[in-house]
Design a protein around this ligand. Sequence first.
Ligand code: P53
Length: 479
Amino acid sequence: MTKGYKMPKGFLWGGAVAAHQLEGGWDVDGKGVSIADVMTAGRNGVPRKVTDGVKEGEVYPNHWGNDFYHRYPEDDKLFAEMGFKCFRTSIAWTRIFPNGDETAPNEAGLKFYDDLFDDLLSHGIQPVVTLSHFEIPYHLVKAYGGFSNRKMIDFFVRFATVVFDRYKDKVKYWMTFNEINNQTAWSDPHPLLQNSGLQLGADDNWEQAMYQAAHYELVASALAVQAGHAINPDFQIGCMVAMCPIYPLTAKPADVMMAERAMQKRYWFGDVHCLGEYPKWLPKYFERKGFDMDITAADLETLKAGTVDYVGFSYYMSFVTKGRDGDQEYDFKEPDDFVENPYVEKSDWGWQIDPTGLRYAMNWMQDRWHLPQFIVENGFGAYDKKEADGSVHDDYRISYFRDHILAMEEAVALDGVDLIGYTPWGCIDLVSASTGEMAKRYGFIYVDADDNGHGSFDRSKKDSFDWFQQVIASDGEDL
Ligand code: P53
């Protein structure tokens, strides 16, 4: 056993999921169609397809997820047995506003989350809630062009206000937009659609569209933060960034400058969320690129007045980049400018495994944003093998977690990072966001279902279940 550092009293150990990846029940109790409902299953290395509405004969894994919608009481018991203090999930926007532009919410949807949160609280588990986790109502994509349209700000703020008000005594920790910065890989249509509901044509300027949509989201987030604090001053409302630090390949100055620009381009979202203003380099970049941005003086005031209370972030991997000879602009472009890191291993899906990168990133964010942090996703997607007796020996997952939790604890105990909690991703097996597979498993709890939704959907404990239970019971000391 590895000896770690005890985390402070009240530290929020738990697990994380997103509504569309596990609930299923995609069309029940008045729920509308979301972006996730029109995304087909992909495979390792094969991207998901987006269909124009739900089509006969296509496979849509988010329609069933892991059936949490019907089985959550059993799952909550298992989370409690593991010792969870909190559980991060999202509210499916389409359960509350099925099309997104209604003025009155759907009561059956609101009631589902009341029941779920009550059940969690009865086990001493506090819900931690993301408002928008890759599941914008599909109607808002078709009728308004998603976040290319300023009207989306009002729709989002209405949704946020309704749920803040409804759950004001049940939920304290909130986040606005999941992995808002994942859309920096704007040349791939998936992140743009998942984050912002953008469907662009060949003639559109994709990069400008990404910056514009992100701006509207940041304004919507800042307005939601203000609305939330007015409803309950005790609310802690965070942003959520996908933290993948980007290193220079060598000490060559051009590599170092390229890595700096890469970090600026991936994390300016956090600068706006946390500091309330655009970093200086970005207007210069817009100017140089000839982007005609709709950013008003009133927007800038809103951003200043709606800074977040903490930094929620996911951490799975780090990246590496290198400079181009003679290029003074350093227009880093993701993912084209990534290169392999010769010093780290990779998962079966090519995600670079780098626990030290987590400690590095936590220090970097502490120095830059001066806010408490919350690790709301971290984990290891892997092919699991269920033995004849039902057991799953996932020592590779335990070893990933051991190394990452130790790095996290060092950042707290040795570097003084202010950390609220740690919720490993996909604490129960669910549908992968990037590939739509069930086979890319993250859980401590195994779900008997395959990529096509076949199986009993029965739950069972993997070896990592007992291991994580012991980590929590020892406040992080017994790794
Ligand atoms: P999957 C890319 C890079 C880092 C995190 O991912 C990412 C993505 C997009 O897939 O997403 C987050 O399921 C996201 C979750 C997602 C999880 O990481 O592709 O917030 O919804 O499931 C893991 O293996």
